[in-house]
Write a protein that binds this ligand. Structure first.
Ligand code: GLN
Length: 474
């Protein structure tokens, strides 16, 4: 039996039919995770995973198991699990131990999931390649000289390399979907408020969402169904049964043609996208060209609002209360040294940028205007959804790039998120699904297609995504 290539669904069936025990399953993945350490996908592989597997087996034997009981799951290093380190892959929190479970962790724990380890990421989720981790880059299993995407690159690489069955990531501007596309797995950014952010180390609170990465749309749905829902500790979370547009099967796919064909998108990516859309048409979907000019402003809005929130969220890390500390000659010196040495370059860059756009005199010009454009973008998308059920774009403008290729050019790096950021700005859900491969330098590199739905339209994404998996042809 090829255990590494199992899906969550299939592993669940094997567990229930007693063809494998939870311990055997988890032992296998622990071994794989340790063997494939050169990927640097994990910051830590948990030493209590086997004990959790035995507890899960008891649930299965007692008939109280769920679809996730005994299933090994990895957590991004910015999601708190009581008693474990959660470092956000930053020197600042290198030794920080969580004192409580994130809501999503408590939900998964109740479901009997087995936490296998925590995965590497760009420091405080800022980046598109995991090169900003304070603990070294993660490698793309499809080509070790390339990045896995980011910031949830460890989670994506871990699944794609067969070392775990599912994982959680966080997505502020594309950090679940972009690494999913680069590594050839499925990644879902849920509706803002669909999943509690309690216990997620904050990056930009009005944009952050936790979501699943997995091998199939079905598996992503299994995880999402467990983690979603109201949490009294996150006032922006919605109840499971929040009334939304009736869940009809999606039929019409809108393609924002001008946006998709903008300058800088790899022609191979466009070819793959066009072919994918043609397959959906053959499968019975109506394809409609739409115009969404405000999408072009997504990145500009994001790189004002996000740093503003970053600078305010990260102010708590002052070297005094917890986290990295370095002595200065006075209190201000303590702050300067602790923050100067505890945070990496990209994090410091964004704190500076955010402090600038919020500074008095500039607030209206930057933050105020970006907030107004955010509203425009949200309304434009809402209007587009009056005519179509879902919107499709490529997930990324290129396939996985080489390690080091963009590190000296932050603006080039930011472009990796051109198709994903607007989704967070509008708060709507989107999924990335593997759509094929391109050959580059002797490697077969995965590509992804992104489907976007109106708020709380996750079911439409699962429907269309499941259909796409059937017709994509691999
Ligand atoms: N890559 C984007 C950034 O650097 C998105 C990050 C994220 O979604 N956490 O900000």
């Amino acid at each position: 039996m090829d255990i590494s290539s199992l899906t969550i669904k299939k592993a669940h069936e094997l567990l229930v039919n007693k063809e494998i025990t939870a311990r055997e399953l988890v032992e296998h993945f622990l071994k794989e995770a340790h063997t494939k350490s050169e990927l640097n996908a994990y910051r830590e592989i948990f030493d209590d995973a086997l004990a959790s597997a035995d507890a899960a087996q008891k649930m299965l034997d007692a008939g109280t198991g769920t679809l996730l009981t005994g299933i090994p799951i990895a957590l991004k290093d910015n999601i708190l699990m009581k008693g474990k380190i959660a470092s956000a892959s930053s020197k600042m929190l290198e030794h920080y131990r969580a004192t409580y479970d994130a809501h999503v962790v408590a939900r998964l724990r109740d479901a009997g999931a087995v936490f296998l380890g925590r995965t590497n990421m760009d420091e405080f989720a800022m980046g598109s390649s995991t090169e900003n981790s304070a603990f070294g880059v993660t490698k793309n299993p499809h080509d070790l000289s390339r990045v896995p995407g980011g910031s949830s690159g460890g989670s994506a690489s871990a699944i794609a390399s067969g070392t775990v069955l599912g994982a959680l990531g966080s997505d502020t501007g594309g950090s679940i979907r972009q690494p999913a596309a680069f590594c050839g797995v499925v990644g879902l950014k849920p509706t803002y408020g669909a999943v509690s952010r309690s216990g997620l180390i904050a990056m930009a609170s009005s944009l952050d969402q936790i979501g699943p990465l997995a091998k199939t749309v079905e598996d992503a749905k299994i995880i999402f169904d467990v983690i979603k829902g109201k949490d009294p500790l996150d006032s922006t979370s919605y109840p499971d049964n929040f009334p939304h547009k009736e869940n009809k099967k999606p039929k019409v796919i809108g393609v924002p043609v001008d946006f998709v064909r903008m300058k800088g998108v790899d022609p191979e990516v466009l070819r793959n996208f066009d072919a994918s859309i043609a397959k959906m048409k053959n499968a019975g979907y109506e394809i409609r060209d739409i115009s969404l000019p405000s999408l072009a402003h997504g990145l500009s809005v994001y790189y004002i609002l996000m740093p503003a929130e970053v600078s305010s969220n990260l102010a708590r890390l002052d070297g005094v209360r917890y986290g990295f500390h370095a002595d200065g000659t006075n209190l201000l010196g303590d702050y300067a040294r602790s923050r100067g040495e505890g945070f990496g370059r990209e994090v410091r860059r964004r704190i500076l940028l955010g402090t600038y756009v919020l500074s008095s005199g500039y607030h209206d010009e930057y933050y105020g205007r970006a907030s107004a454009v955010r509203e425009m973008l949200r309304l434009d998308l809402q209007k587009a959804f009056e005519g179509v059920d879902i919107i499709a774009t490529p997930t990324t403008p290129t396939a996985a790039f080489k390690i080091g290729e963009k590190t000296n050019d932050p603006l080039q790096m930011y472009l990796a998120d051109i198709f994903t950021v607007s989704v967070n700005i509008a708060g709507v859900p989107a999924i990335s699904i593997p759509s094929g491969f391109i050959e580059e330098g002797g490697s077969k590199l995965p590509l992804g297609i992104q489907f976007i739905a109106p708020s709380f339209g996750e079911e439409a994404l699962f429907d269309a995504g499941g259909d796409f998996e059937k017709v994509r042809g691999f």
